[in-house]
Write a protein that binds this ligand. Structure first.
Ligand code: UDP
Length: 514
């Protein structure tokens, strides 16, 4: 927790208005940031969508202003549509007028402290024009890491020719295209079959070859699926299928978001300098507005109070009974979905290992099922006391528990950061958006986890868990992630990171007020 600095409290109190996008992985860091700013003397108002609204009674020190988001009209598509940018683009349109009205009303409220600035999620790119219109500085919170934004911003930094495996193609993409057009077949994979998102199997490869051949008159050698994408060297060709089902939509979304980030008064990142030192300089050049790496936010304020689903705390006493570093913790976050057969493979994989496990099965995780109906017969009886299945966990506490030995994760950025901060090695099963990029960083760059390359298959799952929990490789991974954990602790204790440094030295405050 941040301790309140009286010198800050004595200064004139100013108001900050924050506006999160209504998704768990975005609400958590925004409310954590709000708490950090509140502790440093700011009054906090949260404007929020009615969809996935935060619970005001968990934050009695903030005031909340709901706006009509129009989301109810498309909310039922969440269960079937895996195109994350579709929902974000929709909200950028549907929230614009209600947000402007709400903000204008707040600014005109009599007898209130003046508003110092607006902080919105970077994904709410429409808010820059509203802030300009109302003459209010807007800062953005970008809830991903720096490396991921640099990867998405490849167009800004690349030349004009791209490679597709061994062949060369000239630039043909429109401004709104995220990756060159000839990569489209890779994107289309995950809309063709949900399983192709997790695994490019033989059938999928055949299908891709036909598509690529039809589009650009060339084939794609099998070996190249494992190759790095030239414009995007961190990810492999086979990862592209996971990133989006809609490259045009994503191109437009990313272009709008980055344009408005560059027009903002500054960018706040939930990451820490020691993890991404080399990218910090590039980010400052690519986004020539002040950047603040203030994370990891959850080290100051846990996400418990902003959880949209009730956390099952009974697993904590169960964890108390397990041996140190013996438990496999499995959770794929708030949005990832798997098919029934993949779900069964996960269950078989967990049955076949001897380690205790906690498995978060969020209702809706399995396409077409309410909750656990698709579990293999006798799974629960066979699991006995060795495993626990819950709908939602107090994840931060599970990861911090001495019994937790590894985290099988979808690599949402919050989950990845939480695992790093607790020194828990990861098994990576990314699903969409920035997750494959985070996962490649974890497995190939920071080397603090293993990538479950071939989707959900029981033998692959068993092998990955054994690699992390039993093998020498796992020991080395544990050592590396423990070092990173120490770096986080040191940076927080000594105030050496931008996070504590900026907060202590009031740079953020000065920046916001200037
Ligand atoms: N989380 C939780 N309980 C769970 C699973 C996740 O409290 O059982 C929290 C987790 O600690 C993290 C957030 O939900 O703060 C998920 O965010 P992330 O960026 O990892 O993934 P997303 O849900 O956005 O895909």
């Amino acid at each position: 927790m941040v301790t309140t600095d009286p010198s800050l409290r004595s200064a004139t109190r100013r108001r900050i208005i924050l506006f999160p996008t209504p998704f768990q992985g975005h609400i958590n860091p925004m409310l954590q940031l709000a708490n950090i700013l509140h502790t440093h003397g700011f009054q906090i108002t949260i404007i929020h969508a009615k969809f996935n609204a935060p619970n005001p009674s968990n934050h009695p020190h903030f005031s909340f202003k709901p706006i009509n988001d129009g989301f109810a009209e498309i909310a039922d598509q969440l269960a079937t549509n895996q195109d994350a940018t579709y929902f974000r683009k929709y909200l950028n349109k549907s929230c614009e007028d209600p947000f402007r009205d709400c903000l204008a009303g707040l600014l005109a409220e009599p007898g209130q402290d003046p508003v110092a600035c607006l902080i919105t999620d970077a994904a709410f790119y429409f808010a820059q024009a509203v802030a300009d219109e109302l003459k209010l500085p807007r800062m953005v919170l970008r809830t991903s890491n720096l490396g991921c934004v640099l990867a998405y911003d490849w167009k800004n930094r690349s030349g004009s020719e791209w490679n597709l495996g061994s062949s060369q193609y000239s630039r043909s993409s429109s401004e709104m295209q995220w990756l060159p057009r000839h990569y489209e077949p890779f994107f289309e994979v995950s809309s063709a079959s949900p399983s192709y998102r997790w695994k490019i199997n033989k059938r999928c490869r055949r299908w891709l070859k036909t598509l690529i051949c039809r589009r650009i008159g060339s084939t794609f050698p099998d070996s190249d699926y494992e190759a790095s994408v030239p414009e995007f060297p961190l990810v492999k060709f086979k990862d592209i299928a996971k990133i989006t089902t809609n490259p045009h939509g994503m191109g437009e979304f990313v272009t709008n978001m980055f344009t408005q980030m560059r027009a903002s008064s500054g960018i706040i990142w939930n990451t820490f300098k020691e993890l991404e030192e080399s990218d910090l300089e590039t980010i400052s050049k690519d986004f020539p507005v002040p950047s603040f790496t203030l994370g990891p936010f959850h080290e100051y304020f846990p996400a418990t109070s902003s959880s949209l689903i009730e956390q099952d705390r009974t697993i904590l006493s169960w964890l108390d009974k397990q041996a140190p570093k013996s438990v496999v913790y499995v959770s794929f976050g708030s949005g990832a979905r798997i098919t029934e057969s993949e779900f069964q493979e996960v269950a078989h994989g967990l049955s076949n290992i001897n380690f205790p496990f906690v498995w978060v099965v969020r209702p809706g995780t399995v396409a077409g099922s309410e909750w656990l109906e698709s579990l293999p017969e006798n799974f629960v009886e066979g699991m006995g006391e060795r495993g626990r299945i819950v709908k939602w966990s107090p994840q931060h506490e599970v990861l911090a528990h001495p019994a937790t030995g590894c985290f099988w994760t979808h690599n949402g950025w919050n989950s990845t950061l939480e695992s790093i901060c607790e020194g828990v090695p990861m098994i990576c099963s990314p699903c969409y958006a920035d997750q494959p990029i985070n996962a490649r960083n974890v497995s190939d760059v920071w080397k603090i986890g293993v990538f479950l390359e071939d989707g959900f298959e029981r033998t692959g799952i068993e092998m990955a868990i054994k690699r992390v929990m039993m093998d020498k490789e796992g020991e080395e991974i544990r050592e590396r992630i423990s070092c990173l954990k120490e770096k986080v602790k040191l940076s927080l204790d000594e105030g050496s990171s931008h996070a504590k440094g900026d907060l202590k030295d009031i740079q953020v405050r000065e920046r916001i007020l200037s």
